[in-house]
Design a protein around this ligand. Structure first.
Ligand SMILES: [Fe+2]
Length: 241
């Protein structure tokens, strides 16, 4: 795979979302009366992909092909799509834009933002299998009854999403100062105020290439490739504040 291949695929993924947005923008332009231009936001934020935090040849049970594709096409596509949406929002005249255009752009902005963030947590939880450190292990035992009970719930939630699309998130709630496993669909419907600790991607792009429809086998493989080092760091950070 060449850098050009990667760029082309990522660009195609990003432009698919941009085309829909361009269509919305064109409709809006036709529907709106002319008026003085509104100054765009001066410095729109731009996001860059974080490096894959592991060697994709060394994740037990998952092929390099699916991990690289997932990273470049799905995670990378979300980052590029988000930057494109941000550019469009920066020049949007909110006083004149119709509600459907604002709704569409802000919805796509949220989806792309959460897809970017959740993929980063997902990749950060994979690697050489280890166990959670004492602080997180104690918190899991406190909030779920035992590590086995947490695992049973997390795995069952992943399997339950097989054939659909969504996320399972071990989440820390600062409000309640406790951990829970939360369900999330469309990259959006997760716990308000929740802080992800460990994330399972149940979108088909995460497993179909290696496992076909065998979502349960994918979940079992992920559970054998969980590296808790990042989760330990996150939980320590969240629970201190
Ligand atoms: Fe994904």
């Amino acid at each position: 795979m060449t850098a050009t291949d990667v760029e082309r695929r990522t660009f195609l993924s990003a432009t698919a979302g941009s085309a829909a947005i361009a269509t919305l923008t064109a409709h809006a332009a036709q529907a709106q009366p002319s008026g003085p231009p509104v100054a765009p936001r001066s410095t729109p934020m731009s996001y860059a992909m974080k490096p894959l935090p592991f060697d994709p040849q060394k994740i037990k049970g998952l092929s390099e092909k699916i991990l690289v594709s997932h990273y470049e096409n799905n995670y990378g596509g979300a980052v590029k799509r988000l930057n494109s949406i941000i550019d469009q929002l920066a020049t949007l005249d909110y006083d004149k834009a119709p509600g459907f255009l604002i709704n569409g752009l802000k919805r796509e902005e949220l989806i792309a933002t959460n897809s970017m963030i959740l993929h980063e947590f997902y990749f950060a939880g994979l690697g050489e299998q280890n166990a959670p450190g004492a602080g997180l292990a104690d918190a899991i035992a406190r909030d779920f009854g035992s590590m086995d009970r947490w695992r049973s719930e997390f795995v069952a939630m992943g399997k339950a999403q097989g054939g659909g699309s969504g996320w399972v998130i071990l989440t820390y709630s600062p409000r309640d100062k406790r951990l829970l496993n939360s369900w999330a669909a469309d990259h959006t419907t997760t716990l308000a105020g929740g802080e992800p600790v460990l994330v399972l991607d149940m979108y088909e792009h995460a497993y179909q290439m290696d496992f076909g429809a065998r979502a349960a086998d994918y979940v079992a493989t992920i559970m054998s490739a969980l590296n808790w080092s990042n989760a330990d760091r996150l939980y320590a950070q969240y629970s201190r504040s």
